[in-house]
Ligand binder design. Structure first.
Ligand SMILES: Cc1ncc(COP(=O)(O)O)c(C=O)c1O
Length: 364
């Protein structure tokens, strides 16, 4: 097995990790995918088991039940909600519905925005996020860029791979400015569930008065169902209709819909997860600090870590041999061998990660 090859665009490729890790596959510590390790909650597991009994039937092609539930949660009309086979499906549908000519994206960020925009024929214009600013967007630079012929702005709140949240006032200003400049906005809130004030921070309730805004949510990270796939989005009913018209029927399966319905009802799991992530993230930030690594001020369930003399090309295979898998960030625009991303995971896995790092990069 070639342990030196650079690594894939997404984390969580457990099949490949199993091949690379000679040990017990059950004992693999996967920090590379940003999945909540507390889930899926039992409520979701049992809903999925029950839904398996129904797989001989087609799922509801309009996802009425789950769509209504999402709409009720946010106090909006079901016509303003679209349900997707993961948030990823909705990113692609939106790009084909809107067909932007030139998108404005921040870098580093999730690669799928650019992949989908390119597939739909758009050009990409990027604004770098700088480590010396803590990867916080420069609002002035962003505002100026809105006037350079872009017709779609893509933002993530919080951003991946940094976990950095938008300050609400700055985000409001950028959304106002984009509206004024006639630039549409895709706002990705895939990881916002991990923030305790997500209901206040979310822009979903604002889509009614911002016709050029699409807000995206994922159910796969927080509820730990990436293998089942479920996401949703909110926008004006006109945008939703155009997206619906572009996709094949039944793209969201019945097991995913049952999982989503149970998930949104499980408030206890949500509260527990948020508390646990904050506590474990704080612990990991402390351990990174002791080893001389900088980390982002993440409000999500992952951290971007770096150190000047770090080399992920050397570290990755060494960690992999211990069954520890982290996200090599060299595939993110603007990041290099000094950077890697880790999900927030239980203490036992953290011990293995930090023991592995300490061997080659002891504290300074
Ligand atoms: C920022 C961001 N948005 C969207 C997605 C897609 O999520 P889903 O699994 O719901 O397709 C991901 C997946 O990694 C992501 O990191």
């Amino acid at each position: 097995m070639d342990m030196t090859r650079p690594f894939m665009d997404h984390g969580g490729n457990v099949r490949e990790y199993r091949e690379r890790w000679g040990g017990d596959p059950e004992d693999l510590a996967d920090f590379s995918a940003n999945i909540n390790p507390l889930g899926p909650p039992e409520s979701v597991r049992s809903a999925m088991r029950a839904a398996l009994e129904e797989v001989h039937r087609y799922p509801d092609p309009r996802q009425e039940g789950f769509r209504r539930q999402v709409a009720e949660r946010w106090g909006m009309s079901p016509d303003a909600v679209i349900v997707g086979n993961g948030a990823a499906e909705l990113i692609f549908l939106l790009m084909f519905a809107w067909r932007p000519r030139r998108i404005l994206a921040l870098a580093p960020s999730f690669s799928e925005y650019e992949d989908a925009a390119l597939a739909a024929g758009a050009e990409i214009h990027r604004i770098p996020l700088r480590p010396e600013r803590g990867f916080v967007p420069d609002v002035g630079v962003l505002m100026d860029a809105l006037g350079t012929g872009v017709d779609l702005l893509v933002l993530a709140n919080p951003n991946n791979p940094t976990g950095v949240l938008w300050d609400s006032a700055s985000l409001e200003r950028v959304l106002d400015e984009a509206e004024e400049a006639g630039v549409r906005v895709l706002l990705d809130e895939a990881f916002l569930d991990f923030c305790s004030d997500e209901q206040i921070r979310s822009q979903i309730p604002r889509v009614g008065r911002r016709p050029g805004l699409f807000v995206l949510r994922s159910m796969t990270k927080f509820y730990s169902i990436p293998g089942v796939r479920l996401g949703y989005g909110a926008a004006s009913p006109d945008v939703i209709r155009r997206m619906e018209g572009l996709r094949p029927p039944w793209s969201v399966n019945g097991v995913a819909l049952a999982a989503g319905t149970a998930a949104l009802q499980d408030e206890a799991f949500a509260v527990w997860s948020r508390r646990w992530v904050i506590e474990q993230r704080r612990r990991m930030v402390g351990a990174f600090g002791q080893l001389g690594f900088s980390v982002t001020d993440s409000k999500a369930n992952f951290l971007l870590a770096w150190r000047e003399d770090f080399d992920i090309g050397r570290a990755w295979p060494r960690l992999a041999r211990r069954g520890v898998f982290v996200r090599d960030c060299r595939t993110f625009v603007g990041l290099d061998q000094r950077y890697f991303r880790v999900a927030v995971r239980p203490e036992r896995d953290q011990e293995r990660l930090f023991a592995g790092l300490r061997t080659d990069w002891p504290g300074k």
